[in-house]
Ligand binder design. Structure first.
Ligand SMILES: [Zn+2]
Length: 392
């Protein structure tokens, strides 16, 4: 949701420009500030920002995104196992044509992953089907000290020089094994019926695996252990966020029609959050739509997603909670900025508001990136935000 001033909006940010009466109301009733969701030394990935928001100290527990996706896929990692994100990619004339094999369908990918398990699977090597081009490779033992290249960073680069390098001598065997798997996967996938059919249809074949983001099972305390509440829940369409929820000890709640895009089921997610609050002490409701609009660089769509969030989620939750006897705190923040101008994430502090019934508000009367600079909480980092939300 967070962005930069945009000329087409009269030098306002989408959040300043959008009509957001309910976020403004909650800012008036609550206390505002900014949060450094991306700690120094980390790239502004969604997993980094969301883990930090929930109070995790990244240097102590960060293992990359693959292990979190594993959790959302129901893959339970044992101690010593190494998990890697395993993309199905398209290589053409020795070049990485794209990182997604032309956004292959999950059904097609599942057939390829099954074949890879038949031919390359062993006590040591296991592939797991995820979604579209995003899958998982688990090694029974190995080192995670590897130099792997995210394939979306290197379109049209020759793949050979980008193969996996060990960062320490102990990782040499693991790197060798993974590189051998990449080359063998290319032999196996080349003539696979799924790919033959894709080629005939003019689509990109998924003719190689590409493992990256190696990690071990993260040493994560649950949020209950860290913060003392009994039961929490997470609602998100994004596998990464659900995986964080699994390790955080939150119940993962599925909502029909939750897509992770601007056409998501906003009202359904709001209702699911309200239902969950009847049985849980804490609910983490994540809506991806504005981030996707930012990646597309679509200013009008971004404004619309923010207005949808205000009217179709926050309004419903706020109005319903007004009827409850038990007071419920509401906090709102983006995980990181995704400015439309650059179409990728940045590490700037994000605006937040925390409304707790009965607490003295600060003087901030609206909710956007700039007005909250006057907020009482200043800039929070690490677990300061979640403690202010959860602890009374
Ligand atoms: Zn994003």
């Amino acid at each position: 949701m967070a962005d930069e001033p945009i000329e087409a909006l009269g030098n306002k940010t989408p959040l300043q420009y959008a009509q957001t009466p309910y976020m403004d109301k909650l800012a008036q009733l609550g206390i505002t500030g900014r949060m450094q969701t991306v700690p120094e030394g980390y790239l502004p990935g969604s997993e980094v920002a969301n883990l930090t928001i929930l109070g995790y100290d990244l240097p102590k527990m960060y293992e990359g995104r693959a292990v979190l996706e594993a959790a959302s896929m129901g893959v339970n990692l044992e101690a010593g196992e190494v998990a890697l994100r395993c993309n199905l990619i398209c290589i053409e004339k020795e070049l990485i044509k794209n990182h997604s094999a032309g956004h292959i369908t999950t059904e097609e990918a599942d057939e390829l992953i099954k074949t890879l398990n038949e031919k390359l699977g062993s006590d040591m090597v296991r592939f797991h089907t995820g979604v579209s081009y995003r899958h998982l490779l688990v090694l029974k033992t190995g080192s995670k000290e590897l130099d792997c290249t995210p394939p979306h960073d290197v379109p049209l680069h020759p793949f050979q020089p980008l193969m996996i390098e060990p960062l320490v001598p102990e990782a040499e065997d693991t790197a060798k094994l993974l590189n051998a798997l990449i080359l063998k996967s290319q032999e196996i996938l080349k003539d696979h019926p799924v790919n033959q059919k894709r080629i005939i249809e003019g689509k990109d074949p998924a003719n190689s695996i590409w493992p990256w983001s190696p990690g071990y099972r993260p040493a994560m305390q649950t949020m209950s252990e860290m913060l003392g509440f009994e039961k929490g829940a997470v609602i998100s369409a994004v596998d990464l966020i659900r995986g964080i929820g699994v390790y955080a000890g939150l119940d993962v709640i599925q909502v029909e029609g939750a897509t992770g895009l601007y056409d998501t089921n906003y009202e359904g997610k709001a209702q699911a959050a309200l239902d969950a609050l009847k049985t849980h002490d804490f609910v983490y409701l994540h809506i991806e739509a504005s981030d996707e609009a930012g990646h597309e660089g679509d200013v009008d769509l971004k404004v619309k997603t923010i207005e949808y969030l205000d009217r179709r989620v926050i309004r419903l939750i706020f109005e319903e909670l007004q009827q409850w006897d038990e007071p419920v705190a509401i906090a709102i923040l983006p995980d990181h900025p995704t400015p439309c101008a650059i179409r990728t994430h940045t590490n700037k502090p994000v605006p937040f508001l925390i409304y707790k019934p009965g607490e003295q508000p600060d003087k901030v009367m609206a909710f956007d990136e700039y007005v909250v600079e006057n907020g009482k909480y200043g800039i929070l980092e690490k677990d300061e935000f979640i403690k202010k939300v959860v602890l009374y």
